[in-house]
Ligand binder design. Structure first.
Ligand code: CO
Length: 212
């Protein structure tokens, strides 16, 4: 047990050596500043590592992960990450990336109590209720779960667009695109759901916020 933990530190030393062999001033450059173009909002699932599956390097992607890649508008953690990414780093793209086989989404489809996490999964159950006609009509449970993952991502993209942070960026003519993707843990490929938002016009008018 101890050995596997120590292996991580050994791996780190090896990684540093590898990077320096390629570029001797690699860390000097990275330490100066970060200028990422992307904010990634993904699932905490260990099989969906944002940088590896998108071929991005340190410094290229600001990352927020939680169970089932949720954009919960009262979550201070998510809002702080979003605010910093949009207002300070001025990222150009925000990607909500879900994944098929998501344990959080599957649990939200069921009725079994798990514990404290049930209160987090409630947000995903709300998504089911919005889309229950479409989802209930899919009789194959695996297909239903896959579609649930997709509509959950779409709702989270909507929820991003509803935030004052994103709407103010659009009002200030800051280029900012919101995207919804799903990663397939079965083949490693990412599917673009083509729910790209670039302005408030995709949102119901009740969500439009005039500037302070
Ligand atoms: Co997941």
């Amino acid at each position: 047990m101890e050995k596997s933990y120590k292996q991580l530190l050994e791996n780190n030393k090896q990684w540093v050596a590898d990077q320096l062999a390629i570029e001797p001033n690699y860390f000097d450059k990275l330490a100066n500043s970060q200028n990422p173009e992307y904010l990634w909002i993904g699932c905490s699932d260990s099989r969906v590592p944002a940088n590896i599956i998108t071929g991005t390097n340190p410094g290229e992607m600001f990352v927020h992960r939680n169970i089932a890649n949720m954009v919960v508008h009262s979550d201070m953690n998510m809002l702080s990450v979003l605010s910093y990414a949009v207002e300070v780093l001025k990222v150009k793209h925000i990607i909500v990336c879900g994944h098929y086989g998501c344990g959080g989404v599957l649990a939200a489809m069921g009725n079994k109590q798990i514990g404290l996490i049930d209160n987090w999964l409630r947000h995903i159950k709300d998504v089911y209720r919005y889309h229950h006609k479409e989802l209930d009509a899919i009789k194959n449970m695996e297909q239903r779960a896959r579609r649930f993952v997709e509509v959950n991502v779409m709702e989270q993209v909507h929820d991003l667009g509803k935030t004052s942070i994103v709407q103010n960026a659009w009002k200030n003519k800051q280029p900012l695109h919101l995207h919804g993707w799903v990663y397939d843990i079965n083949d490693g490929l990412i599917k673009d759901l083509n729910v790209t938002f670039t302005s408030t016009k995709n949102l119901h008018s009740v969500y439009h916020l005039d500037k302070l």
